[in-house]
Design a protein around this ligand. Structure first.
Ligand code: NAG
Ligand code: NAG
Length: 686
């Protein structure tokens, strides 16, 4: 590499004498890179480093004079330094108003880059350290930088899967990290003012099961970033949700929708090259303004940090008052939240447990603004506010004095290799330790695999080495019609990992799970059944037809619609539930063996049944609910797509593959059920 990756005071100075520009840098920049050692952040002398700071945005716009004026940036950084805030998290891209760093993949705005240079230079002068996100999930403004332009006109989720999008994103990370600052003369990758990179702010994807796409994206991007910038720390930048199949989802997520965002906190932070785990906390946006949720969220993620053997940082915490977001919330509620969250973080700092800091959301680009109740400004924290003066400022002053020398830490030697930074091969347990078993094995054995704790009467309970071994036990046990295996490291409903429960099902035609909450960490199935996978779904990834893989389906809405298998299109199938007088409640329970596996089967049954002109089929393995408010909220979030995401139903459910035959007086005007009743059903007329 042309530019030596020196770090540390001595080397930095020796470079500086040779170069005028670097002399300027040496007079102000942070002294050396922050590293992770023994599960904590340390400076070059092995003194522990804690995050105490804030989020801000539109810093590039501000530095370029597009938003506010040029004095705002320095005033804000001065205010930070004066209040012992030492870490600033920012977006390394334009957020609005047509001000972009990257116009299109590979095409850059030099004016924005010079603004970036200025932000880093001004931060360095005050020994502030920057956490910088490369891209945003959110498309706040069609002209701002976000993941969308990496996929052209395609589905934004292709950002994670498309080879060209991945390459374009890697090129972007390389361009940014190798950028030579026009003010300091230091390449970004060599500047200790940068504390860490976030790969992406709040990654999301919509396809059911796209958590595996996101994982493989992180597995490619984090190690790649280490090759172009071995000096800086890396984290994902996510909220910290658990995939719905994670055993932590039911108690850990703010609500069931969070299990369908593609995020899966543990495996995605266990990836090599991810040095620390970062989370967000948004009581208002997540509609969890109860303080108990805040306690659980922080204690769960702190405990997770122990498993990962990596530090955890609360990189975004925001609590609003008023505005659309926090309507009806008061200053005193905001105060309670800030007190709780800062207190819990400080407890971890004292105890040496994984939480290592907090960055509140936010200071406006244009100074540390006054409290306002307009839009996102509802979250802006004025320096004059009680919350800032009584909670944030004293915390930051205490944190500035903290930091002992970490036992077992090696002082840095001037140069850093990717492996020594942490998150390398010794960076914690592998990414498999919380994921479900390889369902392909179960499939091959025809175990009818699905996630969850199946309903049925337990016959026996033992320990099995794997899910497929558990299935084998069931096959060899008289009366066993279903099996359940606990794959979760934390155990399942009080049972240890490896527990294999053999069951007799009341009706083995349609295995269904317990209500959500009892399902965590279980995988199960019905031996001999190969059709638990809804065959109307498109082929899941990798060509597998395993039910457990259905989450990895790559189906788009259109694919799903087209795969309903009514070739003559005489079934008018739609993802909806429609009314009519019921003739047969469930075809499958009226026949000695199950005959309806797909929506098309149900349609055919209707055609063959006198008087039937309307049919309804339950197409969700967890069953369909008539009372499922969580799903309705989720459907709204996904633009009204009624087939997903699912989960969270606590009410009565109809079994998977229930096929109801109905008669409608006027099939051209069938009643379409609204809200909770439409979820997970496919219906049509003949
Ligand atoms: C906190 O900030 C003030 C103002 O910049 C400074 O004088 C003080 O030394 C800082 N405290 C610590 C412990 O660094
Ligand atoms: C998460 O919090 C819930 C509620 O306190 C608790 O039951 C669960 O054990 C916690 N999980 C972890 C990993 O700490």
């Amino acid at each position: 590499m042309a530019v030596a990756q020196h770090q540390g005071r001595v080397l930095r100075r020796s470079v500086a004498v040779a170069c005028l520009l670097a002399i300027a840098a040496s007079q102000h920049g942070a002294d050396a890179f922050i590293r992770v050692q023994s599960g904590t952040f340390v400076d070059e002398n092995c003194k522990e480093f804690f995050f105490s700071g804030y989020n801000t945005w539109q810093l590039l716009e501000n530095a370029a004079g597009v938003v506010g004026n040029s004095g705002d940036l320095t005033a804000q950084f001065d205010a930070a330094a004066a209040n012992n805030l030492t870490v600033v998290r920012m977006f390394g891209f334009g957020t609005a108003g047509g001000f972009q760093l990257q116009y299109s993949p590979g095409s850059y705005n030099e004016k924005a880059f010079q603004a970036f240079d200025k932000v880093i230079s001004e931060a360095g002068k005050r020994k502030l350290r920057l956490v910088i996100a490369f891209v945003n999930n959110w498309d706040q403004d069609s002209s701002s930088d976000n993941k969308k332009f990496y996929v052209g006109g395609g589905n934004p989720d292709d950002f994670y899967t498309s080879a060209s999008a991945r390459q374009a994103f890697k090129n972007h990370m390389k361009t940014v990290t190798s950028r030579k600052n026009t003010i300091t003369g230091i390449a970004y990758r060599d500047d200790p003012t940068i504390l860490a990179w976030n790969l992406i702010n709040e990654p999301r994807c919509d396809a059911i099961g796209c958590n595996t796409d996101m994982l493989s994206w992180i597995e490619e991007m984090a190690p790649y970033l280490k090759t172009v910038d071995p000096n800086h720390l890396v984290t994902v930048g996510m909220d910290g949700f658990y995939d719905r199949r994670s055993c932590l989802a039911p108690t850990g997520n703010p609500s069931s929708w969070a299990g369908y965002t593609g995020q899966d906190f543990l495996p995605q932070h266990a990836v090599n090259g991810i040095d620390y785990a970062a989370i967000h906390l948004w009581p208002d946006n997540w509609k969890r303004v109860d303080l108990d949720f805040g306690k659980i969220w922080l204690s769960n993620h702190s405990a997770n940090g122990q498993l990962l053997q990596k530090p955890v940082v609360l990189e975004e915490f925001g609590k609003g008052v008023g505005g659309d977001l926090a309507k009806g919330q008061t200053e005193s509620q905001r105060m309670d939240w800030y007190k709780l969250v800062y207190y819990l973080v400080e407890q971890d700092l004292e105890a040496g447990t994984p939480l290592k800091g907090i960055l509140f959301w936010r200071w406006d680009a244009v100074a540390a603004a006054v409290n306002s109740q307009i839009g996102d400004n509802a979250l802006t924290l004025a320096t004059s506010s009680d919350v800032f003066q009584q909670v944030v400022k004293p915390f930051s002053a205490r944190v500035a004095q903290r930091g002992k020398t970490v036992a077992g830490c090696t002082p840095s030697q001037g140069t850093v290799s990717a492996a020594s930074i942490g998150g390398g091969s010794s960076g914690g347990p592998g990414p498999d330790f919380f994921t479900a078993p390889d369902s392909a094995t179960c499939c091959a054995k025809d175990c009818g695999t699905m996630y969850g704790n199946l309903e049925g009467t337990p016959l026996a309970s033992a320990t099995s080495a794997s899910a497929s071994a558990c299935c084998d036990s069931c096959k060899g046990t008289t009366g066993c019609s279903a099996w359940n295996f606990c794959y979760c490291d934390l155990g399942c409903a009080g049972q240890p990992k490896g527990t294999c429960v053999l069951k007799s099902m009341t009706n083995a035609f349609y295995p269904r799970t317990q209500i959500v909450g009892d399902n965590a960490g279980w995988i199960g199935g019905v031996p001999g059944q190969s059709k638990i996978t809804p065959t109307w779904l498109c082929q899941p990834k990798g060509g597998s037809t395993c039910a457990a893989d259905q989450g990895a389906s790559t189906c788009s809405a259109t694919d799903l619609q087209n795969s309903l298998q009514c070739p003559d299109n005489s079934c008018n199938a739609k993802d909806q539930n429609v009314g009519g007088d019921t003739l047969v409640m469930d075809v499958n329970s009226n026949t000695p063996t199950k005959t309806v596996f797909t929506a098309a089967d149900c349609c055919a049954a209707c055609k063959n049944y006198g008087g039937c002109n309307v049919w309804t089929f339950c197409n969700r393995p967890e069953g369909c609910s008539s009372d499922c408010p969580a799903n309705v909220a989720s459907a709204k979030q996904t633009g009204g797509k009624t087939f997903g995401p699912y989960g969270g139903c606590q009410g009565n459910r109809f079994p998977y593959q229930q096929c109801t035959l109905k008669n409608s007086k006027d099939p051209s005007k069938v009643q379409v059920y609204e809200a909770g009743e439409l979820q997970a059903w496919t219906s049509g007329t003949t």
